[in-house]
Design a protein. Structure first.
Ligand SMILES: [Zn+2]
Length: 754
C-alpha cells in the first residue's frame, strides 16, 4: 500500500442498548465512520475503529422496569441485536485485527458492562479526584418512599409533574414537551413517581461529585480556536454556544444502582454510581486499551499490550494520531467540550499535577484531543424526527431482513445529512435505487459483463486482446480526475460529494460505450475493421472502468463491490486493494466465465408499501403512528431544491421572522452565566428581557442607550434560570470581533425592520 500509514482512530458514537438501531442512527452515526475507516485503510493508514453498546443509565432501567425484566436482560438482548445488524450492514467491526497485522489496527465493538472498562473508569475517577478536579456538593433529589419504609432516589426521568412554566400536566422531570422549557426537577409542581404514581415522594439532600469544567474554559477556548478551519460550522457554533455560556462543574455521580459503583469506601457512597456520560465517553479510550489487551494483538503488535498508545498518545516529536469522532449533532458539545476536558484532566493527573497548576493543552506523551468531529445533522422520517420512544422509525434489523444492505448504504450516503437535515421516505428510496444506482452504475457494469461474454474468449477473457495500450488517453485522464475528486472529498469527510463523483465514472462509462456502439461490431468480420477495432478498444476500457468502480465504491457499498470484483475475475478482497490501484491502467485484465447476475435488484414501490404496512401492524398497535412509517410524504414537509452547502429558506419562512427596533434601557450581569448579560429592552410595548452573550465585547455603559435590532417573535426560552424573550442581532467575524446591529438615525422603538 502506498503510505507508511498514519495512525487514525475512528471513534463511533456509542449506541444505547435499550432498543434496536433505526435508520436515523445509521445515517448520523454508523455509516459515515465505516466509509471513512474503509477509505483510510485503502490509502494505507493504520486504522483502529472503536465503539460499543452504552449499557448503563436510566433509559435502560426505565425500559427494564416497564417490561418487568432486569436491566441486564435488556442490554444483553440489544447489544447482540445491534452488533449483528451493524455487521449485516457491512460495517467493518470484523475482523478485530487488520489483515495486514495488528500494527495496522483493527476494530472493536465493545460494551460498557465489560469489567475491564469498569476498572479503567474507576481508576480514572480516583486519579481525577486526587488531582482535585472534583468538587463535592449537596443537592436535592426526589426520594420515593416504598410501603415497607425504605425507598430510593428518583432520577429525573423517573419523575413527572406539572410544568412550572406552562402548567402542562405530563411534563417530564427536567423538560416540558409542551412548551419546551427546561428546569430543575424540584421546580416541578405536583411531582409524582413515573413508575409508581401513587407512592409518596419527598425531596431529600444527597451528596455528589462534580467535575470542574470551569478549570478548562481557557484551554478549551484555545482548542476550539485551533479548530476554526477544521470543524464544520454546526460543530463550531454549538461548541461556541457552550463556551460562551461559561463552563460550570457537572455532576459525575448520581443516585442509581445500575451503573459503575463509586470506587470509594464509606456508607455515604452506597447506592451511587458514576454518571453514565462520564463513563460512556471514556469508552473511546477504554475500548482501544481492551482491543490491545487481546492475545492476538499482544503477541503481534510491535508495542505489545501498549499497542493502544500508538492510537492515543502524542509521540516525542509531537506527532498526533488523528482522531475522528462520528456522531449526531445532539452530541457535539460532549465531544468538543466535555470529553476533551476529561482527557486533559487525565493528562494533568498522569503527570502528577493537581489543580494548583493550570491545565494546558496536550503535548508529547499526553493523550491526544480530537482532530475532527464531522458531526451529522438529522435524517428525518417522512418529514418528522426519528424517535425510539415514540416508535416513529424504520428499524435497521427489520430493514436488513428485506433489503440489500448496499442499497441502504447507497441511499443514506447520497442523502447524508451532512449540512442540513435530510428526509427518508420510501418513494424517494425506490426512486434513487432504480433511477440512479441501477440506471447508471448497475446497468453500466451489466453491459460490460454481458457484452464481454458475447465476444471471443481468450485465457484472460475477451477484453485483453482488444485493448489498445496507448489508446484511451482521454478516458484515463477523465477517470484520474474523478479519482482525485473522490479522494479530496473523502479527506474532507464529504461523503455525499464523494459518492456523486464516483457515480460520475459510471455515467462517463455509459456515455463512451453509447457513442462507441460496440454492439455493431460483435461479428468476427466487423471486429477486424478499423472502426471495429476502435469501438471495441473503448469497450475494453469499460472493463477498466468497472475495476475502477469496484475499488472506489468499496467504502460505500462493500458487498456489491466485492461481487463486481469477482465478476471481473480479480483475486482476493477488493477491500484490501490499495486506493490508487483504481487508476493503475497496467493491471493485466482478467475474466470470470460464470454468468454475471445484475449487481442490484430493482425495487417495486407498491410491494414495499404493502410489506411495510404488514410490518408496522405486526410490530405496533399504536394506530396513531402507523401512517408515518409507511412512507410517502403524508404530512411531511416538501424538501426544497437545494445546492450543496446552501440551505435555502423559503421566502414565507423568512417573512415569519419579526425584526424590530428596541432601545437598551438596563444591563445586568447574569447571576448564573459568566458570559451573559441580562438586557432590558424598550421594545415599544411592555418591554422585554433578553439574555445576550456579549459580555466580552461590550461594557454595561456602552450598551445602555443603544438602539438595536432584535427578533421579536422568537419563542421565549430559559437560559440558566432567566427567560430570554428574543435575540439581538450582531455581526461576528469569527475572529473574536462582535458588533451589535444598530439603526442609522432616530426611529421609534417597536418599528419593524424589513
Ligand atoms: Zn411547559
Amino acid at each position: 500500500m502506498e503510505q507508511d500509514g498514519e495512525h487514525v482512530l475512528i471513534c463511533v458514537a456509542w449506541p444505547y442498548a435499550n432498543g434496536p438501531l433505526h435508520l436515523g442512527h445509521v445515517a448520523g452515526c454508523y455509516l459515515p465512520p465505516d466509509i471513512q475507516a474503509r477509505f483510510e485503510r485503502a490509502i494505507g493508514n493504520r486504522v483502529l475503529m472503536v465503539s460499543g453498546s452504552d449499557e448503563h443509565g436510566t433509559p435502560i432501567t426505565v425500559t427494564a422496569e416497564q417490561e418487568g425484566v432486569k436491566p441486564q436482560d435488556i442490554v444483553d438482548k440489544f447489544h447482540q441485536i445491534n452488533a449483528d445488524a451493524l455487521l449485516k450492514l457491512g460495517c467493518s467491526w470484523e475482523p478485530k485485527v487488520d489483515s495486514r497485522g495488528a500494527d495496522y489496527g483493527g476494530a472493536l465493538f465493545n460494551r460498557t458492562s465489560d469489567e475491564r472498562h469498569k476498572k479503567i473508569v474507576k481508576d480514572n475517577f480516583l486519579k481525577l479526584l486526587e488531582a482535585g478536579f472534583f468538587e463535592r456538593k449537596t443537592t436535592q433529589q426526589y426520594f420515593e418512599l416504598s410501603s415497607s419504609g425504605d425507598g430510593r432516589f428518583l432520577p429525573d426521568r423517573y419523575v413527572e409533574g406539572t410544568c412550572p412554566n406552562c402548567g402542562y400536566d405530563d411534563a417530564r422531570g427536567d423538560q416540558c414537551d409542551e412548551c419546551g422549557s427546561t428546569y430543575e426537577a424540584i421546580e416541578l409542581k405536583n411531582p409524582r413517581s413515573k413508575m409508581n404514581p401513587d407512592s409518596t415522594i419527598e425531596v431529600r439532600d444527597t451528596d455528589h461529585f462534580f467535575y470542574r469544567l470551569d478549570l478548562f474554559q481557557k484551554v478549551l477556548e484555545q482548542h476550539a480556536m485551533s479548530k476554526e478551519k477544521v470543524w464544520k460550522s454546526n460543530v463550531k457554533a454549538m461548541t461556541k454556544q457552550w463556551l460562551d455560556m461559561g463552563l460550570r462543574s457537572r455532576a459525575v455521580t448520581r443516585d442509581l444502582s445500575w451503573g459503575i459503583p463509586l470506587p470509594l469506601d464509606g456508607d455515604e457512597w452506597l447506592g451511587k454510581c458514576v454518571y453514565v456520560w462520564f463513563e460512556a465517553v471514556q469508552g473511546y479510550s477504554t475500548c482501544a486499551q481492551i482491543w490491545s489487551s487481546q492475545e492476538e494483538v499482544v503477541s503481534s503488535h510491535s508495542m505489545g499490550p501498549n499497542a493502544w498508545k500508538a492510537w492515543w498518545e502524542i509521540d516525542g516529536n509531537g506527532t498526533k494520531p488523528r482522531h475522528l469522532y462520528f456522531l449526531g449533532k445532539d452530541n457535539i458539545p460532549f465531544h468538543t467540550v466535555i470529553w476533551p476536558a476529561l482527557i486533559m484532566g487525565l493528562n494533568h493527573a498522569n503527570a502528577g499535577l493537581d489543580i494548583s497548576t493550570p491545565v494546558t493543552l496536550p503535548g508529547p506523551g499526553d493523550l491526544a484531543l480530537e482532530h475532527n468531529v464531522p458531526a451529522m445533522e438529522y435524517l428525518m422520517l417522512a418529514g418528522g424526527q426519528f424517535s425510539k420512544s415514540r416508535k416513529h422509525a424504520v428499524w435497521l434489523p427489520s430493514f436488513l431482513e428485506s433489503f440489500d444492505p448496499d442499497t441502504l448504504r447507497y441511499y443514506l450516503s447520497i442523502n447524508m445529512p451532512e449540512n442540513h437535515d435530510t428526509d427518508f421516505n420510501w418513494p424517494d428510496f425506490v426512486e434513487k435505487i432504480n433511477s440512479e444506482l441501477i440506471a447508471a452504475y448497475g446497468n453500466f457494469v451489466h453491459r460490460i459483463l454481458t457484452l464481454g461474454s458475447r465476444l471471443p474468449q481468450s485465457v484472460n477473457g475477451p477484453y485483453e486482446r482488444l485493448e489498445i495500450q496507448e489508446g484511451n488517453i482521454e478516458h484515463k485522464a477523465k477517470l484520474e480526475q474523478i479519482h482525485s475528486e473522490i479522494t479530496s472529498s473523502l479527506n474532507k469527510h464529504r461523503f455525499k460529494e464523494a459518492l456523486r463523483s464516483s457515480m460520475k465514472a459510471a455515467q462517463y462509462g455509459n456515455q463512451i460505450i453509447q457513442s462507441a456502439a460496440p454492439w455493431k461490431f460483435l461479428s468476427p468480420e466487423a471486429q477486424i475493421t478499423d472502426d471495429g477495432k476502435e469501438s471495441l478498444a473503448t469497450l475494453s476500457f469499460g472493463w477498466r472502468i468497472c475495476r475502477f468502480l469496484s475499488i472506489v465504491m468499496q467504502p460505500f457499498m462493500p458487498f456489491s463491490s466485492q461481487k463486481l470484483w469477482n465478476n471481473l475475475g480479480q483475486d482476493g478482497y477488493v477491500s484490501e486493494v490499495g486506493w490508487s490501484e483504481a487508476i493503475n491502467w497496467d493491471t493485466p485484465m482478467t475474466w470470470n466465465t460464470d454468468k454475471a447476475e445484475p449487481l442490484f435488484k430493482r425495487l417495486d414501490l407498491s410491494e414495499i408499501l404493502e410489506h411495510e404496512k404488514s410490518l408496522v401492524s405486526s410490530e405496533s398497535d399504536d394506530e396513531k403512528h402507523n401512517h408515518t412509517v409507511k412512507g410517502g410524504k403524508k404530512g411531511g414537509k416538501k424538501m426544497s431544491k437545494e445546492v450543496e452547502g446552501i440551505k435555502y429558506l423559503e421566502f414565507d419562512d423568512f417573512m415569519k421572522v419579526e425584526l424590530k427596533v428596541g432601545k437598551i434601557i438596563n444591563v445586568e450581569e447574569h447571576p448564573n452565566a459568566d458570559k451573559l448579560y441580562v438586557v432590558k429592552l424598550d421594545d415599544g410595548n411592555n418591554g422585554r428581557t433578553i439574555c445576550a452573550g456579549i459580555k466580552e465585547f461590550y461594557s454595561v455603559d456602552q450598551l445602555v442607550g443603544m438602539t438595536v435590532v432584535f427578533v421579536a417573535n422568537l419563542k421565549p426560552r430559559p437560559l440558566r434560570g432567566i427567560t430570554s424573550e428574543g435575540m439581538m442581532l450582531a455581526a461576528d467575524d469569527g475572529n473574536g470581533q462582535v458588533k451589535l446591529v444598530t439603526i442609522d438615525g432616530e426611529i421609534g422603538t417597536g418599528s419593524t425592520v424589513r
